[in-house]
Design a protein around this ligand. Structure first.
Ligand code: HEM
Length: 211
């Protein structure tokens, strides 16, 4: 499926738009993350600003690479034309996820919202890498459907940052909740929503079963 599939086109448009916005927002518009750091008022430990910013740049770069390589590999036409390309690109995706995770591990203790937030980020770190490795293990055993399911689950979490900011916007700007509380709730809501979205895509788009 997916070659000229409207849902693939929609996903690709969303991914490309998000990559462009992420690069613009974090490297051009607000390279010092001033707006985001403004909310870090009650941190338990002082934030080493220069190091934190450099880690964030690496985080954003590999997040964009994960979004791009993942989007390309969901193209069935590309898979048919070049198995080798799909495989190499798949490993680029795996390495990118590992580096987003590694940088996330550094940033998590300084997360806005304190321990409640950092626990969720650290949990997601291990689950996200676990899902991505599961996808690779399945395809090495030639289980294509299971590989596809785990990749859908893994790729959904490329939209973590978007979902956190969308939920925070609704709760903070829309409902007037305190920013830090909105951000904490949004991390958990984003994780739950992305899990559900992945299962929806697996069942309704790919029409694959639960396992
Ligand atoms: C793949 C798409 C992702 C993008 C584009 C992205 C982007 C960003 C950006 C721009 C920031 C700086 C703060 C902000 O403006 O939000 C950030 C912070 C952070 N990200 Fe990601 N991220 C992604 C995925 C993830 C994932 C999957 C995790 C966890 C496994 C994660 C963990 C973190 C953590 C812990 C922080 C610091 C949060 C804080 O200080 O409160 N990110 N991310």
């Amino acid at each position: 499926m997916f070659k000229r599939n409207p849902l693939y086109v929609l996903m690709l448009t969303l991914s490309v738009g998000l990559i462009m916005y992420t690069v613009y927002a974090n490297f051009i518009h607000d390279p010092h993350a001033a707006a985001f750091l403004n909310h870090k008022t009650n941190l338990k430990r002082p934030l080493p600003l220069t190091l934190w910013l450099n880690v964030m740049y690496v985080h954003v770069f590999f997040a964009c690479l994960a979004m791009a390589s993942g989007a390309i590999n969901f193209n069935e036409g590309f898979l048919r034309r070049s198995r080798k390309g799909h495989r190499i690109n798949g490993y680029i995706y795996l390495i990118s996820v590992a580096l987003v995770d590694l940088t996330s591990g550094y940033m998590a203790p300084y997360a806005t919202g304190g321990k409640i937030s950092s626990v969720a980020f650290n949990l997601l770190n291990s689950v996200w890498l676990g899902m991505t490795i599961a996808a690779i293990v399945q395809i090495r055993k030639k289980r294509v459907d299971k590989h596809r399911k785990w990749m859908v689950r893994s790729y959904a979490f490329c939209f973590t940052n978007l979902f956190i900011h969308l939920f925070t916007y609704v709760l903070n700007d829309g409902l007037g909740l305190d920013y830090v509380l909105s951000y904490r709730i949004s991390i958990y809501a984003a994780i739950a929503a992305l899990f559900l979205l992945a299962e929806l895509v697996i069942r309704k788009v790919y029409r694959l079963g639960k396992n």
